[in-house]
Structures are given as C-alpha cells and as structure tokens.
Design a protein around this ligand. Structure first.
Ligand SMILES: *[C@@H]1O[C@H](CO)[C@@H](O)[C@H](O)[C@H]1NC(C)=O
Ligand SMILES: *[C@@H]1O[C@H](CO)[C@@H](O)[C@H](O)[C@H]1NC(C)=O
Ligand SMILES: *[C@@H]1O[C@H](CO)[C@@H](O)[C@H](O)[C@H]1NC(C)=O
Ligand SMILES: *[C@@H]1O[C@H](CO)[C@@H](O)[C@H](O)[C@H]1NC(C)=O
Ligand SMILES: *[C@@H]1O[C@H](CO)[C@@H](O)[C@H](O)[C@H]1NC(C)=O
Ligand SMILES: *[C@@H]1O[C@H](CO)[C@@H](O)[C@H](O)[C@H]1NC(C)=O
Length: 218
C-alpha cells in the first residue's frame, strides 16, 4: 500500500518537474531579444583633409559594437559579414568592399567591440550633394543559449547610411545602429531605446521552486 503510494508520488513529482521545466524553457526561448549591432567607429584616411598622403591610403578602419541585452541568454554569433558601399547618387550605391568579424560567443548582458579593416579601393571620396555618405550592411546568424541548450539558427541583417566628414570620421558622434533600413541618402542612426527587463524569469523560477517544495512536503 505504502509502496504504491510512493511510486504514485514519484510519478506525480516527475510529471510536475517535466511540466515546469518545459514551461520554463518554452517561455525563455520565446522571450529572447535579438542582439543590436552598431557601427561604433569608422575612419577613412582618404577623407581626412589634413592628411596629405600620396599615394592615397585606401584603408577603411572600423569598430563593430555588438550588444546582447538578454539578461539570461548567451549568444553564439556566426561570422558577421559586413559590406561597405558609397552613395554615387541619391538612390544608388557602389560597393567598396567587404569585411568579416569572426564568429564568437557572447555572454548574457554583454557588449563586444570588434575592430576590423578593409581595402576600400580607389574612389572613397565621391560626394552626392557635397556629402560623402557610406552604406554599411551586415548579415549573420545567431543561436541563443537557453540555460544549457542552443536554439536553432536565426538569420540577422541590417544596415545604415553613414555620413562622413572631412576628418574621415562619421558625422554622427554616437554608435550608428545597423537596423533594417533601406538605402536613402539621408543619414540615419536614430538611437533606439531598449525594452524592459524580464523580471518575470525570477518569478517563474521562484514559482517553480515553490511548487517543488510544496510537493516535497505533501
Ligand atoms: C587626420 O590626419 C592628421 C594629420 O596626419 C592627424 O593628425 C589626425 O589624427 C587624422 N585624423 C584622424 C581622425 O585620425
Ligand atoms: C592607412 O592608414 C591607417 C590608419 O591611419 C594605417 O594604419 C595604415 O598603415 C595606412 N596604410 C598605408 C598603406 O599607408
Ligand atoms: C532615384 O530617385 C529619383 C528621384 O530622386 C527617381 O526619379 C528615380 O526613379 C529613383 N530610382 C530608383 C531606382 O529608385
Ligand atoms: C561583398 O558581399 C556581397 C554580399 O554581401 C557580395 O555580393 C559581394 O560580391 C562581395 N564583394 C566582394 C568584393 O567580395
Ligand atoms: C572614380 O571616380 C572618378 C571621378 O571621381 C571616375 O572618373 C572614375 O570612373 C571612378 N572609378 C571607379 C572605379 O568608379
Ligand atoms: C567629424 O566628426 C567627428 C565626430 O564624429 C568630430 O569629432 C570631428 O571634429 C568632425 N570633423 C570635422 C572636420 O567636422
């Protein structure tokens, strides 16, 4: 009699744990936020008017900023492919070159700064309406780490127009968000506000622990 009751109790507990864990993981995996990518810095010596180097330096130097705002999930990035272009008219661009930021893992709630460079070719200084505007786009894929497991790959892409000045730097001082914007000549880079934190995770875990304890006492 006692044995039967015990085995029922074990089965019941197992069921509750499975249900709780399933709910928790489902909820966690549905609530991850995409990382935000920014062009933190860009320097094009060819545009630096106080630098008289000849032959012209064709390098583009940049720093990519990657922000994982998730409080609970790490992110595994695939190679981040960057494409640099220059506007040659209001709505047409010409490719300058590509660069790759190597795949890496980023812990939860972390920022990463990845410097890189590329050869931008000869015409780095074409202007449209006396403005030199670059277009920077990225593509990559990410996997989110949910407790011990990884989700499937999610493709990510985005870009921004970046107006350059006579120092060879971007006009907009702050990092420029590489979002899902179409090419236009008007420089973008409006900062976005981050969503609220997920206090609910703590609540969910607390409720789960309570449920286990309650079950243990019965
Ligand atoms: C532009 O060139 C000048 C002269 O070499 C140098 O002093 C300055 O640091 C350069 N600007 C930037 C942003 O590197
Ligand atoms: C181009 O400029 C960058 C940054 O100032 C420098 O590191 C690089 O050596 C230069 N390249 C050439 C070929 O002068
Ligand atoms: C480019 O913009 C001009 C006006 O500024 C417009 O007439 C033209 O259709 C546009 N071309 C494309 C391919 O969108
Ligand atoms: C740069 O990348 C784009 C795709 O993002 C590709 O179409 C293009 O051929 C690449 N250019 C070079 C020079 O590798
Ligand atoms: C570079 O720009 C010059 C004029 O600024 C133009 O004549 C030349 O065709 C351009 N070269 C390329 C490869 O676009
Ligand atoms: C270019 O922009 C940077 C800020 O990104 C600024 O510090 C620098 O003074 C500007 N240079 C010119 C010539 O306007």
């Amino acid at each position: 009699m006692a044995a039967a009751q015990e085995s029922c109790c074990i089965r019941c507990t197992t069921f509750l744990i499975t249900l709780g864990l399933t709910a928790l993981f489902l909820w966690l995996s549905m609530s991850v936020d995409e990382p935000h990518l920014y062009l933190d810095k860009i320097y094009v010596p060819a545009l630096n008017k106080t630098l008289n180097s000849s032959p012209v330096n064709t390098t583009i130097l940049f720093t990519l900023k990657l922000v994982n705002g998730n409080k609970d999930s790490g992110i595994k990035y695939d190679d981040v492919h960057l494409a640099f272009k220059i506007f040659v008219s209001v709505n047409t661009t010409r490719p300058l070159g590509n660069a790759t930021v190597e795949r890496f893992y980023q812990g939860h709630d972390k920022k990463a700064f990845k410097p890189g460079s590329l050869n931008g070719g000869v015409n780095l200084t074409e202007a449209v309406a006396e403005k030199v505007v670059y277009r920077v786009d990225f593509t990559t894929a990410v996997k989110y780490k949910i407790v011990w497991w990884y989700t499937k790959r999610h493709r990510l892409w985005g870009g921004a127009n970046v107006e350059m000045n006579n120092s060879g730097l971007k006009v907009y001082r702050k990092p420029v968000r590489l979002g899902g914007k179409n090419p236009e000549v008007i420089p973008s880079g409006t900062p976005e506000f981050r969503g609220c934190h997920r206090a609910l995770v703590s609540f969910c875990v607390a409720a789960f622990v309570l449920l286990l304890n309650f079950d243990g006492f019965s």
